[in-house]
Design a protein around this ligand. Structure first.
Ligand SMILES: [Zn+2]
Length: 391
C-alpha cells in the first residue's frame, strides 16, 4: 500500500498542475471537455491504484502525463522509485516510454537512458546495459558513471581485457587509483592460463600486474606457484619470500607449496629459517604451528610444546591451544587424560564453523579466500581473520 501513497503524492500535484495549465491555455469551449478528459483518466488511474492494480495505474498515468520539461523529472523519479523497490519491469516501461518521446530534450534523453541502463543492470540484462553505457561515455556529464557501470559489467561477465581498458580510462581520469583492480584483472587472465597449464602464457600477464602494482601479493603468489609447479624450487622459494614483506597475510595460502619446495631441495635448515623470519615479521598461527610441527619432527614433542606455550603468551590463539593439548595428550598420565580430552572437545567445538577469512571493507566472512569480495565487490580486501579465534 505504501507505493500507492508514494505514487499518489508524486502524481497529485502534477495532475493538478497539468489540469490547471491546460485549463489556462485551452479555449473556454474545449476547456471543460479536456478537463473532464484529464479528470476521467486521473480518477481511472487512481481507482487502479486503490485496487492495487499498479500495472494498469502506471499505463494510465503515463498516458495522462504529457512529457515535457515540467513532467519529465516526475517520470524519471517514478521510474527510479520502481527500480529501487525491485519492480524493474515497471521502471523499464516508464524509462522506455520517456525515451520514445520525440519531443524530449537531448539532456533529458540522456538522463532517461542512464536510468534505463541502471534498470537493465538490475534486471541482469547486461548486454543491453552495456550498449547504453557505451553510448553515454561520450557525454561529459555521464562519462564517469558510465565507465563505472561498464567496469561492473565486464567484471560480472569476466571480460578481463575490457575491464582493464575501462579501469585504465578511469585511472587516467584521476578520479580514483585503479592499480589494485587492474593488477587483479591481469592476475585473473594469468589464472585462466595457469588452469590450462599454459604457464608460459601466464607469465606476461603477471609481469603486467607487477608493473601496475609492484607489491601485488596475488601476482607474487601466482609467480611462486608457477615456479613450484614447473620444478623451479629455488626461484619459487625466493618468490614466496617476497610475500613476507608484500603481504604476510597471504603467506598461509603458499605454505603447502613452500614446505614442498624445501622438501624437494632437501633444505630443512632453510625451511626453519624461512618460517622463523616470517614469524618475526608477524606471520599468524598457521606459520607458528608449522614451525612447531618442524620442531616436533626434528627435535621432539617437548621442544615443540615448550615453543608453542612460550609463543602463545605473545600470540594467544585457540588453534595454538588445540595443538598444545594434542601434544600434551600424547604424554599425559591416565588421571590427567579425561580433563585434556574434555578440553580438546570444547576447543574443537569453539573452532568449528568459524569463518577463516573476512572482508575488511564490508565484513563478509568465509572459509575460503576470495580475491574479490562477493558482497561489496572490492578487490584484495578479504584477508585471514586475525586474533585469538583466527590467524
Ligand atoms: Zn566486502
Amino acid at each position: 500500500m505504501d507505493i500507492i501513497l508514494i505514487i499518489f503524492s508524486l502524481l497529485l500535484p502534477i495532475a493538478w498542475f497539468f489540469g490547471y495549465r491546460k485549463g489556462k491555455v485551452l479555449s473556454s469551449e474545449s476547456d471543460s471537455e479536456q478537463h473532464l478528459g484529464l479528470s476521467r483518466k486521473y480518477f481511472t488511474g487512481l481507482n487502479y491504484l486503490l485496487n492495487e492494480e499498479s500495472d494498469k495505474a502506471i499505463d494510465t498515468f503515463v498516458s495522462m502525463l504529457e512529457v515535457d520539461s515540467e513532467t519529465v523529472e516526475t517520470h524519471l523519479a517514478l521510474g527510479n522509485l520502481f527500480r529501487k523497490r525491485g519492480e524493474i519491469d515497471k521502471a523499464i516501461r516508464i524509462h522506455q516510454n520517456l525515451i520514445a518521446r520525440p519531443s524530449l530534450s537531448s539532456e533529458h534523453r540522456k538522463q532517461a537512458l542512464m536510468s534505463l541502463g541502471y534498470d537493465y543492470m538490475a534486471a541482469g540484462l547486461l548486454e543491453r546495459a552495456e550498449n547504453i553505457f557505451k553510448e553515454l561515455i561520450f557525454d561529459s556529464h555521464h562519462k564517469t558513471s558510465s565507465f563505472k557501470q561498464l567496469l561492473q559489467i565486464y567484471q560480472q561477465t569476466k571480460d578481463w581485457q575490457n575491464a582493464i581498458k575501462i579501469a585504465e580510462q578511469l585511472h587516467q581520469s584521476g578520479h580514483k587509483a585503479y592499480n589494485r583492480e587492474i593488477a587483479h584483472f591481469y592476475c585473473e587472465l594469468a589464472e585462466i592460463q595457469i588452469n590450462d597449464h599454459a604457464y608460459k602464457q601466464a607469465t606476461p600477464y603477471l609481469k603486467k600486474a607487477f608493473v601496475i602494482e609492484p607489491q601485488s601479493a596475488r601476482a607474487t603468489l601466482l609467480s611462486g606457484n608457477i615456479y613450484h609447479v614447473t620444478g623451479q624450487f629455488k626461484q619459487a622459494v625466493r618468490t614466496y619470500k617476497n610475500l613476507i614483506k608484500n603481504d604476510i597475510d597471504i603467506l598461509p595460502a603458499a605454505l603447502d607449496n613452500i614446505l614442498d619446495c624445501f622438501d624437494k631441495l632437501g633444505d630443512h635448515k632453510g625451511l626453519l629459517t624461512f618460517l622463523r623470519e616470517a614469524i618475526e615479521q608477524g606471520a599468524g598461527i598457521s606459520v607458528i604451528l608449522q614451525y612447531a610441527t618442524e620442531l616436533q619432527s626434528r627435535e621432539n614433542d617437548h621442544v615443540a610444546a615448550k615453543y608453542l606455550a612460550d609463543t602463545m603468551i605473545k600470540h594467544p590463539s585457540i588453534k595454538g591451544l588445540l595443538e598444545l593439548i594434542n601434544l600434551h595428550l600424547k604424554h599425559s598420565s591416565e588421571s590427567g587424560r579425561p580433563s585434556l580430552l574434555m578440553l580438546k572437545d570444547v576447543v574443537t567445538k569453539l573452532l568449528k564453523n568459524k569463518p577463516v577469512y573476512q572482508c575488511g571493507n564490508c565484513g563478509f566472512s568465509a572459509k575460503t579466500l576470495f580475491w574479490q569480495c562477493p558482497t561489496c565487490k572490492s578487490w584484495g580486501n578479504v584477508k585471514p581473520i586475525r586474533g585469538i579465534e583466527g590467524e
